[in-house]
Design a binder for this molecule. Structure first.
Ligand SMILES: NC(=O)c1ccc[n+]([C@@H]2O[C@H](COP(=O)([O-])OP(=O)(O)OC[C@H]3O[C@@H](n4cnc5c(N)ncnc54)[C@H](OP(=O)(O)O)[C@@H]3O)[C@@H](O)[C@H]2O)c1
Length: 302
């Protein structure tokens, strides 16, 4: 007999680290899925205004007591670790340790970590490699956990320097023919919702990515097909500029931006591809969203 999802109870998820640019889409999708969301934020006012109907608690994700308050009584917690400045990943590890300590203290039923797909060898990119370290840390803690490994977020590529894209100039700063796996942002919340509703705990990691990998050029073609607007790829000069700025201007003015330069440099030189079949095999009822379908739902936004 197939297992049946639990739709009887109101399901609440605590979201730690979800108020940054990449967590917002997850919070919106949880609401669409009928999941109650409790967010922990240092400045709850603007967050509550942005997400009406969502419970927002004042507190820091780096404080165990605050994380405990967010997790208390929740069916699960979604952990998104914040990007550290200048390739320093200490804050990501600290956020993970806090989440584990709080999960233990409140006997959280399920900690769901939002990770990144991991090639077979370390990449040398700190913000990428630290995700595997965090998965190991959570696994070693013995708490119930799952890790959703994401590829490149679709909106981040399809709305990159949006005003320029609208004028037909795609300035994504790589000059690469390499292929990348992509994740539709709402899929992360959908996968987490299914895990919670089915009471399914993976005790491991799963790649949540669309069925095919794409080059930057193919991303541009998908955008053109969906919007009818022609895109000229003009970002190749941008990466050398960013790399030149990284040790000086970026380091002081935009430390978290400096951390992302290494990732872009990696993308310029390597494929970054996960296993597209994993999630539909491992998460009951889950089917990843392809970029073409994602674009249809995002037409207005784009
Ligand atoms: N798959 C992809 O394509 C992709 C792309 C980019 C990033 N990522 C990953 O997505 C994750 C989130 O990135 P992001 O840029 O959204 O994160 P972020 O803005 O750096 O941080 C997320 C949240 O963490 C909290 N936070 C940050 N610094 C803090 C501090 N010093 N003390 C306490 N709380 C702090 C903040 O919450 P409050 O201010 O509300 O308290 C913030 O909104 C990262 O792990 C990154 O590696 C993935």
């Amino acid at each position: 007999m197939n297992p049946v999802p639990d739709t009887s109870d109101a399901v609440t998820i605590a979201v730690l680290g979800g108020t940054g640019p990449f967590g917002r889409a997850f919070i919106r999708e949880f609401a669409v899925q009928g999941v109650g969301v409790r967010i922990l934020a240092r400045k709850p006012g603007p967050v509550a205004a942005r997400f009406p109907g969502v419970e927002v608690l004042r507190g820091s994700m780096l404080d165990v007591a605050g994380a405990c308050r967010a997790m208390a009584g929740a069916k699960g917690a979604l952990l998104i670790t914040p990007v550290g400045g200048n390739d320093n990943t200490a804050i990501e590890l600290r956020a993970a340790r806090v989440a584990v300590a709080a999960a233990r203290r409140v006997c959280l039923p399920h900690l769901i970590y939002v990770s990144l797909i991991q090639p077979s060898h370390p990449t040398g990119v700190p913000m990428l490699d630290v995700k595997r370290d965090i998965e190991r840390l959570i696994a070693a803690s013995g708490i119930p956990w799952s890790s959703l490994r994401t590829g490149c977020y679709m909106d981040a590529w399809l709305a990159f320097l949006r005003p320029f894209m609208k004028r037909g100039f795609y300035l994504f700063p790589i000059n690469s023919r390499h292929r990348f796996s992509f994740t539709s942002e709402p899929d992360v919340a959908r996968a987490a919702t299914l895990l919670m509703r089915y009471g399914q705990i993976l005790y491991g990691a799963v790649d949540v990515i669309e069925p095919r990998a794409r080059t930057l050029q193919e991303v541009a073609r998908a955008y053109e097909a969906a919007t009818g607007c022609r895109l000229r790829l003009l970002g190749h000069w941008f990466l050398p500029v960013l790399k030149a700025l990284q040790p000086l201007a970026f380091r002081w003015a935009f430390p978290t931006g400096a951390s992302r330069v290494g990732l872009l440099d990696y993308f310029d030189r390597h494929d970054w591809i996960g296993d597209p079949d994993q999630a539909s095999k491992m998460i009951l009822g889950f089917h990843p969203t392809g970029m073409e379908r994602h674009l249809k739902t995002r037409q207005k936004f784009l």
